[in-house]
Design a protein around this ligand. Structure first.
Ligand SMILES: Nc1ncnc2c1ncn2[C@@H]1O[C@H](COP(=O)(O)OP(=O)(O)OP(=O)(O)O)[C@@H](O)[C@H]1O
Ligand SMILES: O=P(O)(O)OC[C@H]1O[C@H](OP(=O)(O)OP(=O)(O)O)[C@H](O)[C@@H]1O
Ligand SMILES: [Mg+2]
Length: 291
């Protein structure tokens, strides 16, 4: 029923992993296979394409639903409907930023310091021109097709590029002057398809599954048993999403407690729970959390 377009490149691996974890496994013969399928009654066609082109194809109605970065939606100024941010990038769950950067030793401290005729290389010429206009800077914007950091200081004076971990900027001796955009990966739809009741329901189902996986990341389920006398001590230190579930065990003075907790911190939490009187402690991975 829905046609779906997924990003090739930086987001490809993380997107395939997300769909797999959402029980929407993308089937394809190899990573060179750009026509894929998903064994799901709501999805009838899957294509893998460059994220730069995805907003335009969605706007034109060539696909109903897709995944791309907010950076390319902004750059192409496409009229699409967002079904929400999906919090993952190439390497982390943090957003990427479109930044303006200059060599460490450059004399400029802010955008308005840039002299007339300054040369700027970028994969985002439209966004860069809008930003320069806002700051009243007249520059020569040169389109880049990648490896943008390598072009300063000899080919251009300034770059506008993406940064995620900051490692490319550090390796190339660059300093951030300003941020043009903070960009998450997004689930986006064609406007007309989104207005169709059945298609919208299918899109929302898919969004729910994908968000459920993202929400579960970094969390685990802890289950334990504790005697009635120690219950309060255990509950005092047990974190939870809302409040821990407490069930009394058959025939006695003992309780089972379960709670969703952040994985980070479990290394200190489990010994603390044990010291507070908990026993039979289980740590269980969670596939999805749907609010
Ligand atoms: N660390 C990252 N570096 C680059 N893009 C990222 C990163 N994390 C997420 N993205 C997103 O992935 C998309 C990158 O698209 P792009 O077409 O440039 O792919 P690419 O992987 O950079 O391809 P190539 O390696 O050929 O440059 C953008 O929407 C961008 O926001
Ligand atoms: O902050 P970081 O974690 O270092 O990530 C940002 C880098 O990743 C992207 O490059 P990409 O791999 O797309 O290569 P390209 O420049 O050739 O497009 C982007 O253009 C930056 O160079
Ligand atoms: Mg790139």
């Amino acid at each position: 029923m829905l046609s779906l377009v997924l990003p090739k490149g930086s987001l490809e691996k993380a997107t395939m992993q997300l769909f797999d974890a959402a029980d929407l496994t993308v089937q394809r013969a190899s990573d060179r296979d750009y026509r894929a399928s998903i064994d799901d009654p709501r999805i009838d066609r899957v294509r893998v394409l460059r994220p730069q082109e995805i907003p335009t194809y969605l706007e034109q109605g060539l696909f109903d639903l897709g995944i791309t970065g907010r950076d390319w939606i902004t750059e192409t100024d496409s009229d699409v409907v967002s079904l929400g941010e999906l919090k993952y990038s190439k390497a982390t769950s943090n957003p990427v930023r479109v930044i303006m950067a200059v060599p460490d030793g450059a004399p400029w401290q802010r955008v308005s310091d840039l002299p007339e005729g300054v040369r700027i290389s970028t994969e985002f010429p439209a966004m860069t021109k809008r930003f320069l206009d806002k700051h009243g800077v007249k520059a020569k914007v040169v389109p880049s097709y990648g490896a943008t950091e390598a072009k300063v200081p000899d080919i251009v004076d300034v770059i506008v590029d993406l940064t995620e971990t900051g490692s490319s900027l550090r390796k190339n001796g660059l300093r951030i002057l300003d941020t043009l955009l903070t960009s998450y990966t997004e689930l986006v739809a064609n406007r007309e398809a989104y207005e169709d009741t059945e298609k919208r329901a299918a899109m929302e189902d898919i969004a729910l599954l994908l968000q459920g996986v993202i929400r579960a990341r970094g969390n685990v389920l802890l289950k334990l048993n504790v005697a009635q006398a120690d219950l309060k001590n255990v509950l005092d230190i047990m974190p939870s999403m809302s409040s821990p579930t407490v069930t009394s065990l058959a025939g006695g003075e003992s309780n089972a407690v379960e709670s969703v907790v952040a994985k980070r911190g479990v290394n200190t939490l489990i010994p603390a729970l044990k010291a507070a009187g908990a026993h039979d402690i289980l740590e269980i991975p969670i596939a999805k959390i749907v609010d």
